[in-house]
Design a binder for this molecule. Structure first.
Ligand code: PEP
Ligand code: MG
Length: 568
């Protein structure tokens, strides 16, 4: 069976099917409204206590970042808007508290689930967790306690909430498999931190296995084997051993340089979305930040973030990186990233529409505010500015003109900033790659955004499941554009990085090294592995194979070549 690998590692063991107790809520008309409000308030109080306990437990057993999940739960359970809505339902419909909680929560959950952004969509799971807690308290329902498992087991569940995960005794839980949830659900985040292998997205798995069944899970590939053969058990025992050894090797990479076997030094940097992500960058020994996606600052807020709010966020990141490079990308909104308060137009083709630099050059008020905040933060570290979605030279010139205006304003106000701040662009539109020889004369660096470059080059919507088989980072056409961009950047003496997902792709890293890429920016958890690959690859050797690779007819041929002749 194949699902989504959400936390890497191999586990072999017996199953415990974790089924949540049925929560049946019926609608009842009530006379005594005050009594229902009182029951609700008491349940909220008990719920808060439980959540605070889970916070403490997680802080002690897992970590601060994971414990924050329960701060978010606490805010949800106390949220005046949500609770106000529940009370209003009790009063206006004269119904029992349980019904009002369920009804209101369902409404909010549906709203979250319809948001395109995966991160925000998965917050629906948190609200489900909180509302179920309230319902269990109101209905006096006991739950199975994952904290008191007596034998090592693999948990199979329809869904696991962060509260379930926090209670787990991690010495007894070998892994887990769920029907629901994706890579960014909090349960998956917890699993990765606890280093427990996990697979999700396996429909109906709770009905296919029973307590005591023996299964194998591969949390990287998303594979689950039910009642495996002796042969399979042997193979996976070995894989598990290899994986553990590899993890130890990766720990060894901390503090080392990212340098190829033949002495070529590159930079392994991180992609972040918020200042909170910096912890993981430092923990995994990142050499810088290659992409700070500032749009989350705008998306997590109800109104435009002020210059001061932005400055604080950028400054913290710059300071914590202590002089290492921090590439901050200006607002890249539109496409699949909506900001409701901006009232962006409905478009037929949002990915080809009014977005990113196009919006910023139109709404110069928003753009200038951000540039001022960025410049001010540059006085506190090694900040570089990057413009997204550049398709023409004119856009670079217009953006730089506004940047100059912002600089001039700050000079007049005697506010310090880095006068030599580097300015670069994302190369993520095919025209920018093809014309990169000319673009390189206008900027200090390029960062190749393969997530979009692939979608635009292959004309494949990156979020459309039905055509995802066409979205392929090994497509020779894409690789040619990447190579061309790196070479053209170098001809003009500028550095070239990559911040799309491809930069962290195990198979592509050697190729990119061979092409001369200077900086590889990826999720923090991939950085040490990338460093290991770089340290075990010879740039010259790969370089000599590039002509042959780029003349292969298909993406499959390229992948096969890498598997057999480079990694194999
Ligand atoms: C990209 O397009 O490759 C990129 C890094 O930006 P985003 O994924 O934010 O569009
Ligand atoms: Mg992009």
């Amino acid at each position: 069976m194949k699902g989504i690998g959400t936390s890497p590692g191999i586990a072999l063991g017996h199953v415990i099917v974790y089924k949540e107790p049925e929560i049946a809520v019926t609608k009842e008309q009530v006379q005594d409204i005050d009594k229902e409000i009182d029951r609700l308030e008491k349940a909220i109080k008990i719920g808060i206590k439980q959540i605070e306990n889970l916070y403490e437990k997680t802080l002690k057993n897992v970590g601060k970042e994971e414990a924050e999940i329960f701060n978010a739960h606490k805010m949800m359970i106390e949220d005046p808007e949500f609770i106000g809505d529940v009370k209003e339902t009790i009063k206006s419909q004269e119904v029992n508290a349980e019904w009002a909680v369920k009804n209101t929560a369902d409404k909010y959950i549906e709203m979250f689930e319809n948001i395109e952004d995966e991160y925000l969509r998965e917050r629906a799971l948190d609200l489900k967790d909180v509302s179920k807690r309230l319902l269990r308290i109101l209905l006096d329902i006991e739950t199975m306690d994952l904290g008191s498992l007596e034998e090592e087991s693999i948990i199979v569940a329809e869904d696991l909430t962060p509260s379930d995960t926090a209670q787990m005794n991690k010495d007894m839980v070998l892994g887990f498999v769920t029907e629901l949830g994706g890579k960014t659900s909090h349960t998956s985040i917890m699993a990765r931190t606890l280093e427990i292998p996990a697979v999700s997205g396996l429909k109906d798995i709770t009905n296919k296995v029973k307590n005591g069944d023996f299964i194998i899970i591969d949390g990287k590939e998303g594979i689950v084997l039910l009642n495996p053969s002796e042969e399979e058990i042997k193979t996976y025992e070995q894989k598990k051993k290899d994986y553990k050894e590899f993890q130890l090797k990766l720990e060894d990479m901390k503090g080392k340089e990212s340098i190829s076997k033949d002495g070529v030094k590159v930079e392994i940097a991180a992609n972040i979305g918020t200042p909170k992500d910096v912890d993981k960058v430092i923990e995994n020994d990142g050499e810088g930040i290659g992409l700070y996606r500032t749009e989350f600052l705008y998306m997590d807020s109800k109104t435009l973030p002020t210059e001061e709010e932005q400055f604080e966020a950028y400054k913290i990141v710059a300071e914590r990186l202590e002089g290492k490079p921090v590439v901050i990308r200006t607002l890249d909104v539109g496409g699949d990233k909506d900001i409701p308060y901006l009232d962006l137009p409905e478009e037929m083709n949002p990915f080809l529409g009014y977005r990113a630099i196009r919006l910023c050059l139109d709404r110069t008020d928003i753009f200038k505010t951000q540039l001022r905040a960025l410049l001010r933060a540059s006085a506190f570290g090694n900040v570089k500015i990057m413009f997204p979605m550049i398709s023409s030279i004119q856009e670079i010139r217009d953006a730089k003109k506004i940047l100059e205006e912002a600089k001039e304003e700050l000079r007049k106000e005697n506010i310090p900033f880095d006068e030599n701040i580097e300015v670069g662009i994302m190369v993520e539109i095919p025209a920018a790659a093809v014309h990169s020889d000319i673009f390189a004369k206008e900027v200090d660096f390029f960062s190749i955004g393969t997530n979009d470059l692939i979608q635009y080059t292959l004309a494949v919507d990156r979020g459309n499941q039905d055509i995802s088989y066409l979205y392929n980072q090994y497509h020779p056409g894409v690789l040619k554009l990447i190579k061309m961009t790196i070479e053209n950047g170098h001809k003009e003496g500028i550095w070239v990085g990559m911040c799309g997902e491809a930069a962290g792709d195990e198979k592509l890293i050697p190729l990119l090294l061979g092409m001369g890429l200077d900086e590889f920016s990826m999720s923090s958890s991939s950085m040490l592995r990338a460093r290991w690959i770089i340290n075990n690859t010879s740039k010259r050797e790969i370089e000599s194979m590039l002509d042959e690779i780029l003349s292969l007819p298909t993406a499959e041929d390229v992948e096969k070549f890498i598997d057999e002749k480079i990694l194999g």
